[in-house]
Design a protein around this ligand. Structure first.
Ligand code: DC
Length: 232
């Protein structure tokens, strides 16, 4: 019996561009699985922090990351990230983990740990996968590649509003913007799998779009590329 090839949609872009919200909603509409690869790096970062490793200790990151077993499951459409069997979804969005995930993701041994997991999810399921190097490195043959971005000011304002909505008043808009700029620089300038737009990616700037418009734009790119039917 022939097995149908799965459909793979890759969405890359800088921090705070709205990738995860847009990818999650688009996946829901399509009945695809949404794969948040940033969460996998965050789980490894949490492991390293628990081991007492610091973001600047590249060798310790490379040496210790082998102890982190990351796996993914889905409950009611939500991606559950497990670290050595523990559900860590609620623990990976702190500032400390964010900083460590950016540092750890520049270390080849960390990226190597996640490659097979990401590729096998895409081989087995129809997925929308978001990250920094999905179109350029993980899924070079993805059916659709989108580089989703927005101006730095807009991305900072979205992050800031998210924090305020959670009742977090510890940051100013300026400090949020500074952190976003720093993380973009680190993600773009690292030697291995830097954040960069794939040659065959469609560039989607969502600075002037709300979420519904951005989701519709993603779906319409997929339709244009011929990998969805018109009623999807
Ligand atoms: O998307 P995010 O903010 O959850 O990602 C956290 C960090 O992980 C980000 O700074 C860069 C890194 N990352 C990566 O290097 N490659 C990916 N495919 C996804 C995330």
């Amino acid at each position: 019996m022939e097995t149908a090839m799965s459909i793979n949609i890759a969405i890359d872009g800088p921090a705070g561009a709205g990738k995860s919200t847009v990818a999650r909603r688009a996946a829901e509409k399509l009945g695809f699985i949404y794969v948040d690869t940033g969460a996998m790096y965050r789980a490894i970062a949490l492991y390293l922090l628990r081991q007492g490793v610091k973001p600047e200790e590249k060798e310790a990151i490379a040496g210790r990351c082998a102890g982190a077993q990351v796996s993914i499951a889905y409950q009611g459409g939500e991606q559950i990230v497990s670290l050595n069997g523990e559900n860590v979804n609620g623990l990976i969005r702190t500032d400390e983990v964010t900083r460590m995930s950016s540092a750890a993701s520049a270390v080849p041994a960390v990226r190597a740990r996640l490659l097979d997991l990401q590729r096998s999810l895409a081989a087995e399921h129809d997925v929308i996968m978001d990250g920094r190097d999905i179109g350029t490195c993980i899924l070079p043959d993805a059916n659709v590649k989108i580089f989703l971005t927005a101006s730095t000011a807009v991305r900072a304002k979205r992050r800031f509003d998210e924090l305020r909505a959670k009742g977090d008043t510890s940051e100013t808009l300026e400090s949020v913007e500074e952190k976003i700029i720093r993380r973009d620089e680190d993600d773009r300038n690292r030697e291995i799998s830097p954040l960069r737009e794939a040659q065959d990616a469609v560039h989607l700037d969502t600075s002037d779009m709300n979420i519904d418009q951005a989701v519709e734009a993603v779906l319409s790119i997929c339709r244009r590329k011929g990998c969805l039917s018109c009623d999807q």
